[in-house]
Design a protein around this ligand. Structure first.
Ligand SMILES: *Cc1c(COP(=O)(O)O)cnc(C)c1O
Length: 465
C-alpha cells in the first residue's frame, strides 16, 4: 500500500515513511493511494471478535505487510491493554435507538488515546527496527498533548516536546501532561496563545536544522495518517454491536479538525453501511457553514466551553475534499490557497456529493449546557461538553427512527468541570480512580518565551543521545 499527498506532488510513499513525518513536502496530507474494501459477508463474519481482533482486521490492509501480522497483533494488544473497560469502547443507550459510544476509557480520558496509544507503540517498534531515533514536537490546547505523552512515555526511541500556552489550558489538562515524569518527556509552557504554539511547531517542522544530525521531527496531531487509521476501527465496532452490517447505522461526531469524522467516512468507503455522518460543531462553525451554506469563510476563534473543538480551519477537511474533487491535487492546491486567504467555495458537485453522506449542526455553549442538564436529569447520564454537542446534533439531524444513531463520546466529563458545573451539577465531576490524586501530584514543566531560538535551543539541549 502506497500513500500520496492530497496536493498531488512528490512520489508515493511507504507506510513507514508517512507515519514518521508530518505534512507532505508540498504541504498536503497523506492518504492511501487506494482504500481497502471489505464485503458485507466479510464484515458480518467479524461480529464476535474482540475490539483488538477487529482492529487487526481493519488495520492490516493499510499496513500491508510493512509489519509482520504477529507483531502487529502484539502492538494492538499492548495499545488497548491500558484501557479500563473490557469492551474498550462500550455503548450506552440514552434514548430510543439512540446510543453513546464511550471513547474515554483510555489513560487520558479522551478518544485521542485510541490513536495515540497505538501510534506511540507503532513508532517505537518501527524505529527500533530501523535503528533510528526521532523527536516528536507538538502543540496542544489540551487533549492531544496528554494523549501523546501517555502514548510515548515508554518509548525508547522518541523524545517528545509538547508546547502548551502558559496558563491557558485547564488545570486538569495541564496536570495530565506535567505530572508524567520520564526522561524523554518535556513539557514547554510557552508564553502566548495556542496559535503561537502551533506556529512555533510549524516553523520548526519547515526548518529542522536546529536538530542534531540524523534526527527528524514527527507529528502527532491528526495530520499523522496512523491516527486516522486507528480511529476507523470503532465505527466498525459500534456498527457490529447494533445490527450491522445488515443494518445501516448513523454517527454524530463532535468535530474540530475533522480527523475523527474522517475516519468514519473511510469506514463507509471501505464497505461499512453508514447512513448519515453528522458533523457537530460548537460556535466555531466553519464546517457547519460550509456544508449548509457553502460558506467556508474563516472567522476569529471563539473560546467555548468545549475547547477541543475550538478551531478556525479544520486541517483534515482537505482529505475529504481530495475525494470530492476526484483526487485532483491541483484543484486542492488552489482551494487551500483560497481557504488560507479567507474564503473557499466548493463546486456544486462537490457539495452535492458531500451532502449525500454528511449532515451538520452547530450547537453553542447555551444549547450544550442545557443538554448536559437535561440528560443528567432525565436519564442520569453525565455528558462532557463535546459529547453534548454531538448528541444535540444527532437529535436534530436524525432522518428516521429505525436507524441506530450513535454519538461519539469524545471525552470524560471530569476533564471539563466548568461546563458540567455550568449545567448545574453540584460539584466537580469525579475523576476515575487512576487519576483521583491528580491534584496532589508534582508537576514538571519549563516556561519559555515565544522565541524560536529559545524553544529550539531547549529542544536541542534536551534530546537524548
Ligand atoms: C480532539 C477532540 C475533538 C475533535 O476531534 P477532531 O478529530 O479534531 O475533529 C472533539 N472532542 C474532544 C474531547 C477532543 O479531544
Amino acid at each position: 500500500m502506497k500513500y500520496i499527498s492530497t496536493r498531488g506532488g512528490g512520489q508515493p510513499k511507504s507506510f513507514e515513511e508517512v507515519i514518521l513525518t508530518g505534512l507532505a513536502p508540498d504541504g498536503g496530507l497523506y492518504v492511501p493511494e487506494k482504500l481497502p474494501q471489505f464485503s458485507i459477508q466479510e464484515i458480518a463474519s467479524w461480529s464476535t471478535l474482540s475490539y483488538q481482533e477487529l482492529a487487526l482486521k481493519v488495520i492490516s490492509p493499510f499496513v500491508d505487510g510493512a509489519i509482520p501480522e504477529q507483531d502487529l497483533e502484539q502492538l494492538i494488544a499492548k495499545s488497548y491493554a491500558t484501557f479500563r473497560h473490557d469492551d474498550i469502547a462500550p455503548l450506552v443507550k440514552t434514548g430510543s435507538n439512540e446510543w453513546i459510544l464511550e471513547l474515554f476509557h483510555g489513560p487520558t480520558l479522551a478518544f485521542k488515546d485510541f490513536a495515540l496509544q497505538f501510534l506511540g507503540n507503532l513508532l517505537d517498534y518501527t524505529l527500533e527496527k530501523r535503528q533510528q531515533k526521532v523527536v516528536i514536537m507538538g502543540a496542544t490546547s489540551g487533549d492531544t498533548g496528554s494523549a501523546a505523552i501517555e502514548g510515548c512515555r515508554r518509548c525508547n526511541n522518541i523524545d517528545i516536546f509538547i508546547l502548551h500556552p502558559h496558563e491557558r489550558v485547564s488545570e486538569v489538562q495541564r496536570r495530565q501532561m506535567t505530572t508524567v515524569r520520564a526522561d524523554n518527556i518535556h513539557n514547554i509552557a510557552m508564553h502566548g496563545n495556542f496559535d503561537d504554539c502551533q506556529n512555533m511547531v510549524k516553523a520548526s517542522f519547515s526548518d529542522q536544522s536546529f536538530l542534531p544530525d540524523g534526527r527528524q521531527l514527527v507529528a502527532v496531531n491528526s495530520i499523522n495518517w496512523a491516527r486516522i487509521m486507528a480511529q476507523i476501527v470503532y465505527y466498525f465496532w459500534a456498527s457490529l454491536k447494533l445490527g450491522g452490517p445488515d443494518q445501516a447505522v448513523s454517527f454524530s461526531v463532535p468535530t474540530g479538525n475533522f480527523g475523527d469524522i474522517f475516519a468514519g467516512y473511510l469506514a463507509h468507503k471501505m464497505g461499512l453501511p453508514i447512513k448519515r455522518l453528522v458533523i457537530a460543531t460548537n460556535q466555531n462553525d466553519i464546517l457547519h457553514r460550509c456544508i449548509s451554506d457553502n460558506d467556508h469563510t474563516t472567522r476569529p476563534l471563539e473560546q467555548s466551553l468545549a475547547p477541543s473543538m475550538d478551531i478556525m480551519i479544520s486541517s483534515n477537511f482537505e482529505r475529504l475534499l481530495f475525494d470530492l474533487y476526484d483526487r485532483d491535487g491541483a484543484a486542492i492546491t488552489q482551494l487551500m490557497r483560497d481557504a488560507k486567504v479567507g474564503s473557499m467555495q466548493l463546486s456544486e458537485s462537490a457539495l452535492t456529493d458531500a451532502r449525500q453522506l454528511f449532515s451538520s449542526f452547530r450547537c453553542d455553549d447555551k444549547g450544550m449546557v442545557d443538554l448536559i442538564r437535561e440528560t443528567h436529569q432525565e436519564v442520569d447520564y453525565l455528558l462532557d461538553p463535546h459529547t453534548a454537542i454531538g448528541l444535540a446534533a444527532a437529535r436534530v439531524c436524525r432522518t428516521d427512527c429505525h436507524t441506530p444513531m450513535v454519538t461519539l463520546a469524545t471525552a470524560h466529563p471530569a476533564k471539563f468541570p466548568d461546563a458540567v458545573k455550568a449545567a448545574g451539577y453540584p460539584r466537580d465531576p469525579e475523576l476515575p480512580e487512576h487519576l483521583a490524586d491528580l491534584f496532589e501530584r508534582e508537576e514538571w514543566f519549563t516556561t519559555l518565551d515565544n522565541d524560536p531560538l529559545a524553544v529550539q535551543a531547549f529542544i536541542a539541549n534536551n534530546i537524548s543521545v
